[in-house]
Ligand binder design. Structure first.
Ligand code: FAD
Length: 477
């Protein structure tokens, strides 16, 4: 007998509870992916995510084929495609791993109710989180809004768990099932458009094997010294697992187990704790989005409801997007994002602070651009990252903490390696002129004629204006 295994953002064969449940019940699993981006509206995957997804589906199909199975790809309404597949395979069960975004929860609930009434076994599983949102609550039975107590609650639950390896062989699903090719889903940039994603793939290998390689490399390398080094954007100092975690190409349980199973020297233990707490932020973001689903578009902190965001000047927004603001660390970050689909966390905070505080644009403008351009674009993490930086979120940075892009560059890119890499027209400037080149007009004109003469906004004046707006009557509690 058959069981459908509906793959969504759990694109892996190891530690995949939905697949495992089908196998444990003695079914022949029929691995299915249904392309239905409208069902995630208004948060259908952005362009960079789609480019990643295409490759990840190809990798999953190849991994399944190597074991005797294959991925059946359909497009259209999920419920009707599932109903067709149930009829075609006479499947007795349907298994999937849970998602936590509001639109997906609503769809999945509808599908579960629709199919269960017909006597089919329909089961969902947890593949994506260490602690699902409804299992964590304060002493008063409420959701958490502050990270530290949230993490105090969740951290003791982590331990080395058995992480099932990918099955060595899988039985084949029926041969005659209609299946599209991942290339037929319109995921890659169309042929008549620039191949903006071309440069990505020197940096990334979508799929389970790519994720496993990065995890190993991290444990051998960057884990040592992570706590300190993770702040320096020019170094390989973080895991870069974020897109793999987003698409479920590795499970957070597998990451935690691999980390905790090692016998770390005492000096590395603080690094390990810090890394686990970053996974904790991922959990916390999902906790917030689940319990406060309106926050994907509205401020978590209602104090900001009537806040005076500046009307976005399209030219300023465009300068920010393209990395042409005249502020080197901001431009370097935005160009790293454009070239690789990823940006270092410290620089994400700097560019987000610049947009929301110095340019005083609503954080949604930034979140939208990140949504389209990040390969790790994740509704929970992106929402939380933007609201935290804007000061409108949970546990937010106090409004008066406005990142100075000059001080950040001096501290975390002191030799200018990051800026020179992504803003090559500044490469000839001496280190001392790199963080605030407008203060060295002669050098700038002579050595970097292609770079903006001055920032699109005066840093000091815009900082004062932001402070005034953030502490003004419209944000008072
Ligand atoms: P590591 O330092 O190796 O951390 C390991 C994992 O922990 C990451 O892969 C990620 O899953 C998780 N993590 C780390 N930091 C955070 C954090 N601050 N919040 C939530 N989870 C975290 N992360 C996304 O995955 N998707 C997004 O769309 C996203 N948007 C962001 C927007 C802004 C404005 C900011 C400030 C941060 C955003 N982040 C987002 C969080 C963070 O920048 C990335 O997760 C991190 O840079 C990924 O690199 P890494 O895998 O090497 O991280």
């Amino acid at each position: 007998s058959h069981a459908l295994v509906w793959f969504r953002r759990d694109l892996r064969l190891s530690d995949n509870p939905a697949l495992q449940a089908a196998l444990d019940a003695g079914h022949v699993p029929v691995p299915v992916y249904i392309h239905a981006p409208d069902e995630e509206a208004p948060w259908a995957p952005g362009a960079a995510s789609r480019a990643w997804l295409r490759r990840s589906l190809q990798a999953l199909d190849a991994d399944l084929r190597a074991r005797g199975s294959r991925l059946v790809i359909r497009r259209g309404d999920s419920l009707s495609e599932i109903e067709k597949l149930i009829a075609e395979t006479r499947a007795e069960a349907l298994h999937w791993n849970r998602l936590y975004e509001p639109a997906s929860i609503a769809r999945d609930t509808r599908i579960k109710q629709g199919l269960k009434s017909r006597g089919l076994v329909v089961e969902s599983h947890n593949a994506a989180l260490l602690a699902e949102p409804w299992t964590v609550q304060t002493g008063q039975g409420a959701p958490y809004r502050v990270f530290t107590p949230f993490w105090k609650n969740v951290r003791p639950r982590l331990s080395v768990l058995p992480v099932p390896a990918a099955p060595a062989r899988l039985p084949a699903p029926p041969v005659d099932l209609l299946s599209f090719d991942a290339d037929d889903l319109g995921l890659a940039p169309p042929a008549n458009e620039p191949r903006w994603d071309e440069g990505f793939w020197a940096h990334w290998q979508p799929g389970e094997a790519g994720a496993a390689e990065l995890l190993d490399a991290f444990l051998e390398g960057a884990a040592h010294g992570y706590k300190e080094q993770r702040n320096y954007p020019d170094r390989i100092a973080t895991s870069k697992l974020s897109p793999h975690l987003h698409f479920g190409e590795v499970s957070p349980r597998a990451v935690v187990s691999a980390v905790l199973a090692r016998d770390w020297p005492a000096a590395v233990k603080p690094d390990i704790e810090h890394f686990l707490s970053e996974l904790g932020w991922r959990e916390f973001s999902h906790h917030l989005l689940f319990h406060f689903p309106h926050t994907a578009q509205d401020n978590l902190n209602p104090r900001f409801e009537d806040f005076d965001w500046a009307d976005p000047d399209p030219r300023l927004l465009e300068a920010w997007r393209r990395g042409r603001t005249g502020v080197p660390i901001v431009d370097a970050g935005m160009r790293e994002l454009w070239a690789t689909g990823w940006m270092h966390n410290r620089v994400r905070m700097v560019v987000a602070s610049f947009l929301t505080k110095n340019l005083r644009c609503h954080w949604r403008h930034g979140a939208d651009w990140f949504w389209d351009t990040l390969v790790d674009a994740d509704l929970a993490n992106n929402t939380q990252g933007w609201q935290w930086t804007a000061g409108t979120g949970a546990d937010a940075a106090p409004y008066f903490r406005i990142f100075s892009p000059v001080a950040q560059a001096e501290k975390f890119d002191p030799a200018g390696k990051y800026v020179r890499r992504w803003v090559p027209e500044l490469a000839k400037l001496p280190d001392s002129a790199l963080s605030a080149p407008w203060e060295h007009a002669d050098l700038l004109a002579r050595l970097a004629p292609a770079y903006p003469r001055r920032p699109v906004v005066d840093l000091r004046a815009s900082r004062e204006a932001a402070l005034a707006a953030y502490s003004g009557p419209k944000t008072r509690p």
